[in-house]
Design a protein around this ligand. Sequence first.
Ligand SMILES: Nc1ncnc2c1ncn2[C@@H]1O[C@H](COP(=O)(O)OP(=O)(O)O)[C@@H](O)[C@H]1O
Ligand SMILES: [Mg+2]
Length: 621
Amino acid sequence: MASVNREDNREISLSTPSVARRHLVGYAHRHAKDFLVVVGLVMVYVISQVIQPWLVKVVIDQDLIVKHPQFRSVLELGIAYLVITVIGLFANLTQNRKLQWIGQRIVRDIRNDLFTHIESLSMRFFDTHETGRLITNVSSDTNQVSQFFTSFLLSVIQDGMSIILVMGAMLLLNWKIALLSFLVIPLIVLISMLFRKKLRDNYRYTRSQFSRLIAYTAENLGGMRLTQIFHQEKKQFDQHTRLNHRYTNANVNEYRSSVRFNRTFNALGNLAVAMMMWLGGEAVLHRRIEVGVLYAFITYVQQFFNPINSLTQNWNTLQTSMISAERIGGVLLTQPEITDPMTPDSISRDPAGRELTVAGEVSFDHVTFGYRDTPVLKDITFTVPPRSFVGFVGETGAGKSTLMGLLARFYDIQQGAITVDGHDIRSFRQRDLHRMMAVVQQEVNLFSGTVADNIRLFRPHVSDEAVRQAAVTAGADEFIRAMPDGYDSWIRAKGANLSLGQRQLLAFARALALNPKILILDEATASLDSATEMILQESLTRIAAGRTTLVIAHRLSTIRHADMIYVMDHGRIVERGNHGVLMRLNGYYAELVNKSAPRGAASNLDVLAGVSPAARTARPR
Ligand SMILES: Nc1ncnc2c1ncn2[C@@H]1O[C@H](COP(=O)(O)OP(=O)(O)O)[C@@H](O)[C@H]1O
Ligand SMILES: [Mg+2]
């Protein structure tokens, strides 16, 4: 089915960028009042910062460097200085807290909207590779977007205001010297921008070297046995050393350039102060300005540097946030290709209103379907009683995945009807469909996030207890608890730190999280070695209990004990019956069974293919 969907991604209609962005600005709108408060607080803070050197200047020029220094007024101004400092500090702290709060609210709003939206999308949304990646990014993207509000906007307001006020104060004190010292600004901006770019490039390079090293190490641990069999250790070791070297060098380089940047920036600051001393000192000597003014100038020049630096730094934040905003907007604007009926069939729910009380009878009634003109499924009719376990077999291209896809309503059929408990599946709401059935495929889409997140899959109503329960039933609980942080352990993108078997168990747990009445497994065990498959086989018996389970089996052993096996060929069901019946029939099924390699031979091959060590330790007991 994966191949089915990769070709055909009509459901993902990525909108034009600006639309996505406008969508996100809407989130900030809801907090407009809070933002205004923040702007006010920032203003108080920045003003307090600019007033301080001015006060000192007043003290120096009016009270100290005069014939009769007045201690009393020095004391008064000292107290004023203290009060202003405290007010500034208070404003700064409050503003920070407030902004973090707004950021969290925005993240929460975006996530909620995403969840609700994703629920309304068709089952196929969860299945397509492209969208899988989109969802993958959602959790990190929402954080990134909130950074835009908390970090970028803050910087623009605060740093922008600082620069303007400092410049204003300088002009007010002495416009000639002020204009002269402004000459240093372009230089600061230029150096800051150049270094930022270099730092970012270095950072990326180091990251990429690191992932290569990790990937290489993981690959080689996985294939250790194979390496040893073919005496490749030396070669592998050399390669590892090379990669390791490159990573180390990249790291050193990154560190060096960041030190260089900081030193250059400091040096530039000192240079500016020196220039001020020279220019200003001469002016003082010629009595063109007062000593206090010189002091204020020196302080203001130094106050230039931080905001400019911070602004250039936040320019990067802006760019990454925008990319994230694009992606989130893309998901939010994805139009469901299959829409809910105007008057959905109301399904009875249990008193808590959570669980759907469907029995799980699945029925196909003369279903014919084609992706294009030629039909892929022809006149399919069968009924699966509730809570039974049925298998589908047939050669590649027979139409098995298509059939399962239709049941999950990835596509709508052209002729016939598909029903659950006698209701046409087109009469259900998508979100109800999500709850009554789950699909597990060979390819598991794991995303970077915690184990629990991965099982929950953006369905906020799945409680922690439900997550744990699903993992227990799937047989994943044991290895999850053995992980460093249990259910809060971090899974890397695509589940790189998990074995194939563990990933599959997580996929089972994910499917079980909403306790579906109908479970669809499409070659879920095809890519596994036989040792891992044994574990999954045990798991399968458990997860199938009490549900209608439809299994497409790559290995015929998986469905040997099925209540019913449907044998498919060229879009038709050509034989049906349990294993015993079909073997006695001695027809197409018997031929398929005889064609598949004897089990003993298969497991020897599996050893050569390198059973992942992690998969072996994940075995129960
Ligand atoms: N998205 C698609 N667009 C067009 N043809 C498809 C698509 N997906 C599958 N098919 C075709 O439908 C037929 C059945 O495929 P499929 O259901 O994947 O078979 P199976 O799962 O039994 O291997 C094949 O001929 C395949 O090429
Ligand atoms: Mg298939």
